[in-house]
Design a protein around this ligand. Structure first.
Ligand code: DC
Length: 221
């Protein structure tokens, strides 16, 4: 096992932004596990499999070939060998990822891929179940959250920046619905591990959050 920092938390808490910065600072590999669930979701959407079709999802899970590569230090998700990084950041894919990730077979497959990566390298890994299920022995666990208002505002600003038309109340409603599903599912629900440190970024700058996590890493690793 390499060294690891496990970061969990709800959608839009800033996990990936922070995890990338921390990984760069420490020379660790950043592993975005949400991107793997999103690649799986893209596969389901392409095959026209609905979120309620458990048998269809499980069959697709056997067929889908998902792997991870690194190009210039950036994580690239490959679906059947195709780089799908540019296709998985839509709300449609995110919602399908949240819905299909309740499936035990989907989780088993992706968790095993994640554990393999962490066995070989020093990693900063973010997701929903990293501290609780994927890397339960990690010495440095962070639970990163922020209020749903703040998370919706950040997402709104991001979309505005890309000149995508959106409604902030709708974004907040979607975020709340997604969290509810991620936190109440039977299989590896999102929750703070007992030994995780809580960081609420609602009133913190990105730099403050980064420093808080680097501090924690220095003490624990
Ligand atoms: O972090 P994200 O928004 O890219 O994740 C998309 C969905 O994937 C999220 O709503 C739930 C699921 N997911 C998961 O179940 N477990 C993880 N470790 C990461 C993501």
């Amino acid at each position: 096992m390499g060294k690891s920092i496990a970061i969990d938390g709800p959608a839009g808490a800033g996990k990936s932004t922070i995890a990338k910065m921390v990984a760069k600072e420490l020379g660790f590999i950043y592993v975005d596990t949400g991107a793997m669930y999103r690649a799986m979701a893209l596969y389901l959407i392409r095959r026209g499999i609905s979120r309620d079709d458990t048998a269809g999802i499980e069959k697709a899970c056997e067929d889908a070939d998902i792997s991870i590569a690194y190009e210039d230090g950036q994580q690239v998700v490959l679906l059947m060998g195709e780089n799908v990084n540019g296709l998985i950041r839509t709300e449609e894919v995110g919602n399908m990822a949240s819905a299909s990730s309740v499936n035990g077979k989907v989780r088993e497959k992706l968790v095993s891929l994640q554990q393999k990566l962490a066995a070989e390298k020093d990693v900063v890994m973010d997701g929903r179940d990293i501290g609780t299920v994927v890397l339960p022995d990690s010495k440095c666990k962070i639970y990163l959250t922020a209020s749903s208002k703040v998370r919706a505002k950040r997402r709104y600003d991001e979309l505005k920046e890309k000149r995508i038309d959106c409604d902030i109340d709708q974004i907040e409603a979607d975020i709340i619905e997604r969290d509810e599903r991620d936190m109440t599912r039977e299989n590896s629900p999102l929750r703070q591990a007992e030994d995780a440190v809580l960081v609420d970024s609602s009133d913190m700058t990105i730099d403050e959050v980064k420093l808080a996590i680097l501090d924690e890493a220095k003490r624990k690793l």
